[in-house]
Design a protein. Structure first.
Length: 594
């Protein structure tokens, strides 16, 4: 009986959550990842699993679909994208531990060729702000990377020429920031006297034995091909410290996860511990962010993660520190690895999170439309017109959100504290903070949201497009009818001015849709004659709209046409003004593409 009791206890211990081995977790990946590739048409994947000192890495599918080259977990390199930020954070912390950098000193102290403007006196940008995405910079992403490594500009030039505006005081709002990590990379170069890629190789990659990872120009023969819905993408270069250019293997990512989980001194004394410690949170009741790692929770377990996304490549590294487990999945197709990683965690480490009881209360004050605080200084600001969060008060103490989940589906929430809401059918929390910011939920970047009249802007945009389309088709038809009936046309130039404005907007919409919306290509990052021409068309239409206003005024003054003609022309001009106002607000006119 005693033996049976001991055996029962041992079996119970084996069954406890958090005791899964690397082989167990890798086995779940071997079951789930091929299913993902098949269901979503992704060519290949590479996976690494670390648990309690054991490392397992495996490739699935094809690195090159056309040539049928299989993925090799130890030899096939995938783009890191923003996963490279973990290396940048580690490098900065190494120099901090060496006494050569200070996390809380004005970053201008380390800049020699340019300075960050003192936009908010008494609130300088620091390295702590840069590493936690709280520096308060506007975000610019277009035409800052290249497909030819020889054309890539030095990091020093990138950060100096691309210095964005400061749009909010540092340390107040979490807003994902690529420029901040490029600037941190430049500080590494300026302080160490080494090129960023050289520093990372000497002080991180070589000590950890990560021979398959490079932050310099990689051998193309070792790269996986990134695929989209319409074909393959070229590899990008230009921003090693924030993610564009570096490549790695799953086997190497296993070594990095092992170092982070075990606080490996080869990474630098105390570096891993600092990276895993929460350094900022938008609300203390929510998960926050460390250095180069973001924080969340699942099944009651604390998770640290970093995602990396660039055209054709999507990667996710997830650490469960208390379970001494790390999971890395990278795909060379247009699908997120989040769902498969979460399925692995749910099955390997089940559990139940404590859920606070609902408190009820009026939720109408939180209703509205919210857009990301990642304020875009370039053309991609228009994306917030269609990618926003809608919050609806649905009853006593309840809200519904759409657009907040990773897949855009609606979520229902119960109020569980002042401004704090728990998901009814899921594990997430959201909070409305004192800064008027919506934080929490599950998105694939560390960001927050702020209230915006974006819904009104969308309707104004649609009204203008409808008017332009009507003019583009209707005016030539009306002119033909007048000619057939031999009726004289009065003040034709005013009507043809309206038609030309609509035609230019049509050219703009076609160029924007072709290069950015319908079939995104390398043009988004490296520039495009078609997109440049489209923006020139929109800028010309913007100027011509002033002519429409002038013609409208003169038409009423001089009574150019009958009342129906003047009313229709005025309505068209108002719709055009509405469209151009929104276009101006969202950077769709002007020289924003360089």
């Amino acid at each position: 009986m005693r033996i049976l009791t001991v055996l029962s206890v041992l079996l119970a211990l084996v069954a406890l959550p958090g005791t899964a081995s690397a082989a167990d977790v890798a086995g779940l990946a071997a079951e789930l990842v091929p299913r993902l590739l098949s269901e979503h048409g992704v060519p290949g994947a590479s996976v690494a699993v670390v648990t309690a000192g054991q490392v397992k890495a495996q490739g699935y599918g094809y690195a090159d679909r056309d040539r049928r080259i299989p993925v090799d977990a130890a030899g096939t390199r995938f783009a890191t994208a923003s996963l490279a930020k973990t290396f940048t954070a580690a490098a900065v912390l190494q120099l901090v531990r060496a006494g050569r950098l200070d996390l809380d000193r004005d970053v201008n102290t380390y800049l020699t060729t340019f300075q960050i403007p003192d936009t908010f006196p008494g609130h300088p940008v620091t390295l702590r702000h840069l590493l936690t995405h709280t520096a308060g910079f506007e975000s610019n992403v277009l035409a800052t990377s290249w497909t030819d490594p020889a054309a890539a500009e030095p990091l020093a030039k990138v950060v100096e020429d691309g210095l964005p505006e400061r749009v909010r005081p540092p340390g107040t709002v979490l807003s994902y920031d690529n420029y901040a990590y490029d600037l941190a990379g430049y500080v590494i170069e300026a302080t160490s006297g080494q090129a960023y890629a050289q520093y990372v190789k000497q002080h991180i990659l070589d000590p950890l034995g990560m021979t398959g990872t490079t932050f310099a120009t990689p051998d193309p023969a070792t790269l996986a091909t990134g695929y989209g819905d319409t074909g393959s993408f070229a590899h990008y270069y230009g921003h090693p410290s924030s993610g564009t250019g570096p490549v790695t293997t799953a086997a190497d990512m296993g070594k990095l996860m092992q170092a982070l989980l075990t606080d490996d001194p080869r990474l630098g004394p105390g570096v891993a511990a600092a990276m895993k410690t929460r350094q900022f949170t938008q609300d203390p009741r929510l998960p926050g962010i460390g250095y180069g790692l973001e924080e969340t929770a699942r099944n009651g377990h604390r998770l640290l993660f970093k995602a990396g996304d660039v055209n054709g490549f999507h990667a996710l590294m997830t650490l469960l520190p208390d379970q001494r487990t790390g999971i890395y999945v990278v795909l060379n197709g247009e699908h997120t690895p989040y769902d498969v990683v979460h399925q692995i965690i749910d099955r390997a480490f089940p559990g139940t999170a404590e859920r606070p009881p609902p408190t009820g209360g009026d939720t109408t004050a939180y209703a509205g439309t919210y857009v990301t605080t990642q304020s875009r200084g370039d053309l991609l600001r228009f994306a917030t017109l269609f990618d926003h969060v809608t919050v609806t008060a649905t009853g006593s103490g309840e809200l519904t959100t759409t657009g907040l989940s990773a897949d855009g589906t609606a979520q229902r929430w119960r109020q569980v504290g002042p401004g704090l809401f728990a998901e009814r059918d899921g594990p997430e929390l959201i909070a409305f903070t004192g800064h008027g910011v919506l934080a929490g939920g599950h998105r694939e970047e560390a960001t927050t949201f702020e209230r915006s009249p974006v819904t009104l802007h969308v309707w104004l945009l649609y009204a203008g497009l409808a008017a332009f389309l009507a003019a583009l088709i209707g005016m030539p038809v009306a002119a033909l009818v007048r000619r057939l009936r031999r009726r004289p046309a009065r003040h034709r130039f005013a009507w043809w001015l309206a038609w030309l404005t609509g035609a230019l907007v049509a050219v703009f919409v076609y160029g924007l849709a072709t290069t950015v919306i319908i079939a995104p290509t390398d043009a988004i990052l490296v520039g495009s004659p078609l997109l440049t021409g489209a923006l020139l068309a929109s800028s010309t239409a913007f100027v011509l709209t002033g002519g429409l206003v002038a013609c409208t005024g003169v038409a009423w003054w001089k009574r150019w046409w009958g009342l129906p003609g003047r009313i229709s022309y005025t309505a068209y001009t108002i719709a055009a003004l509405a469209f151009m106002t929104v276009a101006y607000l969202y950077n769709l006119v002007g020289g924003v593409f360089a």
